[in-house]
Design a protein. Structure first.
Length: 347
């Protein structure tokens, strides 16, 4: 039992289960799923669908933070990729053409890749502090997105493009499968190859890893490229969901939610040890919490306060000092039970 309590994923998982239980009590239909035309619908399905953009961004953020970095530009990259995709589709002669949509998505992701290369260049080659290097694109990226759309919100009516966010692949939403594919790919690369160990080595001690022959520059650069690509995919999904490119609203504050999800999942902001599974749980916590806020009818102006209160409670429960106090309390109770009373030892 003590080993389970000490596992890094125990408390994030417990927080997620608690949120699901609270939702189930407050609205019994939360766990109910219905089948219509071979597709599943319900609150849980909505959580899985809605978590896709944040899941992609948080996965990239996990790798960046593991290298002792940070990426504040992911929201701006989402805005740029969405603007690129919508502009190409809107300018084409046939928005309903699947080939046109595929080309638009590919170009949008390639642009996001270039932006990730730029971030990686500033951090790994020029040696600029990650928070400053990515802050540049965070501030300039939305301006670039506005230039691409001409300062307007570009809207399109394209069924193939809308399918990315709202369409179904067999039983579940297509966006959910995109996020699952990203989770599997990142997990295989980082946990089934030496790259994960090298990433942790760079994050724990950059100088020692350099002396050991680890190519720190390439690993750090690659982390920002992966973050940019995943943010680009998230931007495409977001634009597909609203069927528009909104440079001001796309990915707004998502970098903060992504960092929060990573931290909730047990990854240290000091770099080194990271957890892909923990990040997945952290994203689901945030998405479930947002669903709870909407159900409770909390006004939009007050929802950040409610959200912050719950997050603080989760973070406090996960803190090492609180967990140590709980373990000490449990151990003292066990000793009290194990020690025989005076009556038991008397002849």
């Amino acid at each position: 039992m003590t080993g389970i309590l000490r596992h890094r994923l125990f408390w994030p998982s417990a927080a997620l289960v608690l949120l699901i239980v609270v939702n189930s009590v407050a609205r019994p239909k939360f766990l109910t799923t219905t089948m219509r035309d071979g597709q599943l619908y319900g609150a849980l399905v909505d959580v899985l669908r809605g978590s896709a953009p944040l899941m992609l961004v948080a996965l990239g953020m996990t790798i960046v933070i593991a290298t002792r970095g940070i990426d504040l530009s992911v929201g701006a990259i989402m805005a740029v990729s969405g603007a690129v995709a919508l502009t190409i589709i809107d300018g084409s002669g046939d928005p309903e053409n699947v080939g046109t949509v595929l080309v638009a998505v590919l170009v949008a992701v390639l642009v996001a890749l270039v932006l990730g290369v730029w971030n990686g260049f500033l951090v790994s080659v020029l040696g600029i502090q990650p928070i400053i290097a990515t802050l540049v694109l965070m501030l300039a990226g939305r301006g670039v997105a506005l230039l691409i759309t001409g300062g307007f919100i570009t809207t399109v009516n394209s069924a193939p493009f809308a399918y990315i966010a709202s369409g179904y692949l067999t039983l579940l939403p297509f966006a959910f499968f995109v996020s699952v594919a990203a989770i599997v790919a990142i997990a295989l690369v980082e946990r089934r190859t030496a790259l994960g160990v090298l990433t942790e080595a760079v994050g724990v001690n950059p100088e020692a890893s350099r002396l050991a022959g680890v190519r720190r520059r390439g690993i750090v650069w690659g982390a920002y490229v992966v973050s940019g690509v995943l943010a680009g995919l998230a931007g495409v999904i977001y634009a597909s969901n609203i069927k528009a490119a909104d440079a001001n609203a796309a990915g707004l504050f998502i970098e903060l939610y992504a960092i929060l999800a990573v931290v909730l999942g047990g990854t240290s902001l000091n770099g080194g040890k990271f957890s892909i599974a923990g990040t997945v749980i952290g994203v689901l916590i945030i998405q479930t919490l947002e669903s709870t806020i909407l159900f409770l009818g909390v006004p939009s102006a007050e929802s950040p306060v409610f959200f912050a209160f719950v997050v603080v409670a989760v973070v406090v429960i996960q803190s090492p000092r609180v967990r140590g106090a709980l373990r000490s309390l449990t151990a003292s109770r066990r000793r009290d039970v194990a020690e025989p009373t005076t009556a038991e030892v008397a002849p």
